[in-house]
Design a protein around this ligand. Structure first.
Ligand code: SF4
Length: 232
């Protein structure tokens, strides 16, 4: 598999300290992707080397988060990492774009917490990601919702030039999950350089959008560079 980097984080898995493993490779090319270097490069690494990283950190963390890139690009390696983490009594989280529902089915029983990106209203996916993967995302959400012991977060990066508050309401009306997060677009380090001229949305604007769609979910959060992760 190809590895990007690893970090220790207190915000990637709510109320947990986690080891975050960023796996390289992704089949999508979202214009607002801030991990562009990850989707095209990465260091070749074996499963046993990843297990060693987990071993070295296991006494300091509660959970292992596998993010990317798209971790399901290498679903056999991903399953080995998740199962190894569970064998050490660590909780597990997967971040995915939802592009590979069939592969998700094969690993979902090893996941305690899954975050699926809902990048756009389902009829606008092609515009936002260059590929219409909306049916895959719908199936991935269904698989996660049907997995009894898996907590599901859906999340959207709010890019002002590509999405409107109405789009967020459209997304909210059409998904079902345990919590929904609006993430702030950041114009530094984006895949499509033309987005560098788009202003980062104001945290207050995002909180207002979140308040307006709160009625659709049990839990709604806003994630910004200024204030971190806030419950609305
Ligand atoms: S934002 Fe996520 S899904 Fe989109 S290209 Fe980047 S890593 Fe892939």
């Amino acid at each position: 598999m190809k590895l990007g980097t690893t970090i220790i984080s207190s915000i990637e898995f709510t109320k947990r300290i986690s080891l975050v493993i960023f796996m390289a490779e992704c089949p999508l090319r979202c214009p607002f992707c801030h991990n562009g270097e990850l989707i095209e490069t990465g260091e070749e690494i074996s499963s046993s080397e990843v297990f060693k990283i987990i071993d070295d950190n296991k006494d300091f963390v509660d959970a292992v988060v596998v993010s990317g890139g798209e971790p399901l690009s290498n679903s056999d390696d991903l399953k080995r990492i998740l199962d190894y983490s569970k064998s050490l009594s660590l909780e597990t989280k997967l971040d995915t774009s939802g592009v590979y529902p069939d592969r998700l089915k094969g690993v979902v029983n090893s996941i305690d917490y899954i975050a699926i990106d809902v990048k756009a209203p389902f009829d606008k996916y092609e515009k936002l990601t260059g590929t219409d993967i909306s049916e895959n995302v719908k199936k991935s959400i269904e698989i996660a919702n049907n997995s009894e012991n898996t907590y599901l977060e859906c999340r959207t990066t709010y890019v002002p030039s590509l999405l409107s508050p109405k789009d967020i309401e459209e997304i909210a009306k059409n998904i079902s999950c345990d919590e929904y997060t609006i993430q702030q677009f950041r114009n530094q380090n984006v895949f499509d350089n033309s987005l560098k001229n788009v202003e980062n949305p104001n945290p207050n604007e995002l909180k207002q959008i979140a308040k307006d769609i709160k009625k659709y979910f049990k839990v709604v959060k806003v994630k910004t560079a200024e204030f971190g992760c806030e419950f609305v």
